[in-house]
Design a protein around this ligand. Structure first.
Ligand SMILES: *Cc1c(COP(=O)(O)O)cnc(C)c1O
Length: 366
């Protein structure tokens, strides 16, 4: 791996392949794999990730919003793309790009039927989302008859899948709740499929669901965080490889006297002589102000972030660390993970990695 000369996010496609294969090994042979590449592929590079996973023959993709799906089509993705949270204003673009909407309430279902009919669509693939306990998006169990009556009133759409989402798949203390969600999903689709003469795909599991609820894999699973190398538990993390390395360099080193302060609002006060380094990465790059208690790694040694995180810079304490201006600094990698850094600041890997802003250069390792 080349040494950093500026702030870069390296994306290791070999690690991605490893994670994909590991997660697939948890599935039955005929279970389909949907790769979730929303939010720029969890802050990496959605197009590069999707193109590579398409080469590896993934079955499906999902994004959150329509414009993310349009970007994938422009990057040459031909596999089906589920749009998890579309808005009606984008339905024309969605149809033009053969993106498949998740429809989650009567309003959005009716809006889609109206636009798909106006666009003279026939059997346009849609996905029906049911709420089984997350209480975020989704029809309720007692909406089934209504949905069926709508489906029977039009030829414009066809249900490609019926799905739901687990609220606490990574938390085994909530196993009973998750099993109840799975049971109510089963009741819903049994009811639903009785009323139509074809069989939509059924899916429910995200990454932690894949790992913790093998009986709930149904026809397809939806994995995001696992592909990027996090399994939401110490045990599962051992089998996955974080694909992203965020690194930067030391721009400048300072010697600070006792009682001097560092950074805006003088938030850090030195209680002795120390050596600090300034790095070209800040909250505008995705290292939020809450990481003021975090640490980075230089030449294998831990260096704490001090003072307030600035927009374009952070300062770190390098007292006792053998390093010089221009040296490489690891913000996170496969050993000093995004999950660990996230934990120093009371958040989770998902938030840290998806926040890495588009200003940071992406470098692909193939
Ligand atoms: C983001 C998302 C996923 C992926 O979840 P991971 O925990 O990252 O695997 C799956 N399904 C839905 C509905 C999502 O919004």
């Amino acid at each position: 791996m080349p040494k950093a000369q500026e702030t870069v996010l390296e994306i290791d496609l070999k690690a991605l392949k490893h994670n994909f294969e590991h997660l697939k090994s948890k599935l039955k042979n005929n279970t389909k794999f949907l790769a979730v590449v929303k939010a720029f592929g969890y802050g990496s590079d959605a197009s590069e990730i999707a193109v590579y996973l398409q080469e590896l023959n993934v079955d499906y993709f999902a994004v959150a919003y329509t414009n993310e799906g349009v970007a994938l089509r422009r990057a040459g993705i031909t596999k089906p793309i589920l749009v998890l949270h579309p808005q009606a204003v984008n339905f024309k673009a969605l149809i033009e790009n053969c993106l498949e909407p998740s429809l989650y309430n009567a309003k959005i279902l009716n809006e889609f039927i109206t636009i798909a009919s106006a666009e003279k669509q026939n059997d346009f693939p849609i996905h029906i989302k049911f709420n089984t306990g997350l209480n975020r998006l989704g029809f309720w169990e007692n909406d089934v008859d209504y949905i069926i009556s709508k489906l029977k009133s039009t030829n414009a759409i066809k249900v490609e899948s019926i799905f739901s989402h687990l609220a606490a798949s990574e938390d085994l203390n909530e196993k009973e709740f998750s099993l109840n969600q799975i049971a109510s999903f089963k009741a819903i689709y049994t009811n639903f499929t009785k009323a139509i003469d074809y069989k939509p795909l059924l899916h429910m599991c995200n990454t932690s669901g894949i790992l913790n609820y093998p009986d709930a894999h149904f026809d397809m699973v939806r994995s995001g965080i696992g592909l990027y190398g996090f399994g939401n538990s110490i045990k599962e993390n051992q089998h996955l490889k974080p694909i992203g390395t965020l690194k930067t360099i030391i721009s400048q080193i300072h010697l600070i006297e006792k009682d001097e302060t560092v950074g805006y609002n003088r938030a850090f006060k030195s209680n002795g002589v120390l050596k600090t380094a300034t790095l070209p990465i800040g909250h505008a790059d995705g290292i939020g102000r809450q990481y003021g208690n975090g640490f980075v790694t230089i030449n294998g040694q831990k260096a704490h972030i001090i003072g307030n995180v600035c927009m374009d810079m952070i300062m770190i304490n390098i007292t006792g660390i053998d390093c010089k201006e221009g040296d490489e600094v690891i913000i996170f990698d496969a050993n000093h993970t995004a999950e660990t850094l996230a934990e120093t600041s009371g958040t989770i890997s998902y938030e840290l990695i998806t926040a890495i802003s588009q200003r940071v250069k992406r470098v692909l390792l193939k």
